[in-house]
Design a protein. Structure first.
Length: 276
């Protein structure tokens, strides 16, 4: 289904929200506006989806979502538009311009080519800027080498269960990332909380992923036997816990990446028989 929008003039790389139909686009809030109220239920578009023009060129990409307070016009006068705390906020798509765009109406077609990846590094020191994150970028490199990605984004958190629980839930159920990989927090120290937080959220576990990763690591070091890394599904996302070191990240991903595209395909609706 195409989306009829009124574009706000923007430059390549600029991020603006997609606002509900009827929200004033006159300077009280910068953003692109939907032009048909019934389409507001449509943009449950997941991160990585592009919006393409008539010639098929990708013009905008969904890169996040955010709750935004909406301006309300009182008496119909533009000067009287205010943010009303009693008016419901809207859960808006955030769109990144892929090229310079002029203002005006445009009909756009959603398209998603490839998978979206979020990587989450758990590190108290890393979250304070005291340690360079090498493991998170290694996840992005390894996954991108194994399958086409339409979007990749990293996050760094302290080893805090409340923050990790909130982020994993948002990435899977709100943003709709296909693949969510964590790195760090899979060991036995008191601050290693990643597996128990992940397992409590999962709709179903993927024990084969965990077993394959441990087997691959055991071929390198006997210490791999203490890993508690979990893997499973939440919504339409696959979440994989990985160790904290760059070397272990690469080794563990190599064990599961060959099966990941097929697993995502089945999770997201492929009804073909697995046996061909």
């Amino acid at each position: 289904m195409n989306i009829l929008m009124h574009l706000h003039a923007c430059q390549s790389g600029q991020v603006l929200p997609l606002l509900p139909a009827g929200v004033p686009l006159d300077g009280h809030m910068a953003g692109h506006g939907l032009m048909a109220p019934e389409q507001w239920a449509l943009p449950t578009l997941t991160v990585g989806t592009t919006l393409c023009g008539a010639c098929g060129t990708a013009l905008l990409k969904v890169t996040s979502r955010a709750w935004l307070a909406m301006p309300v016009c009182q008496g119909g006068a533009a000067q009287a538009c205010v943010i009303d705390s009693m008016h419901p906020a809207a859960h808006c798509l955030l769109l990144t311009a892929l090229t310079d765009l002029p203002e005006g109406p445009l009909e756009l077609t959603p398209r998603k080519d490839g998978h979206s990846l979020a990587w989450v590094t758990l590190s108290d020191k890393g979250s304070r800027g005291m340690r360079q994150d090498l493991s998170g970028p290694a996840i992005a490199e390894a996954v991108a080498a194994a399958m086409p990605l339409c979007h990749s984004q990293g996050f760094v958190l302290p080893d805090e269960p409340v923050q990790l629980r909130a982020l994993l839930t948002e990435l899977a159920l709100s943003h709709g990332y296909d693949i969510i990989c964590t790195t760090g927090g899979t060991g036995l120290s008191q601050r290693d909380i990643t597996p128990q937080v992940t397992e409590a959220l999962l709709d179903a576990s993927l024990p084969g992923f965990s077993q394959a990763m441990i087997a691959a690591s055991m071929a390198k070091t006997p210490h791999a036997i203490i890993s508690r890394a979990a893997a499973g599904i939440l919504g339409q996302s696959i979440i994989i816990n990985l160790p904290g070191s760059r070397k272990a990240v690469v080794e563990n991903l190599a064990a599961v990446l060959p099966a990941l595209p097929h697993a995502l395909s089945k999770l997201q609706g492929d009804m073909d028989d697995c046996g061909g």
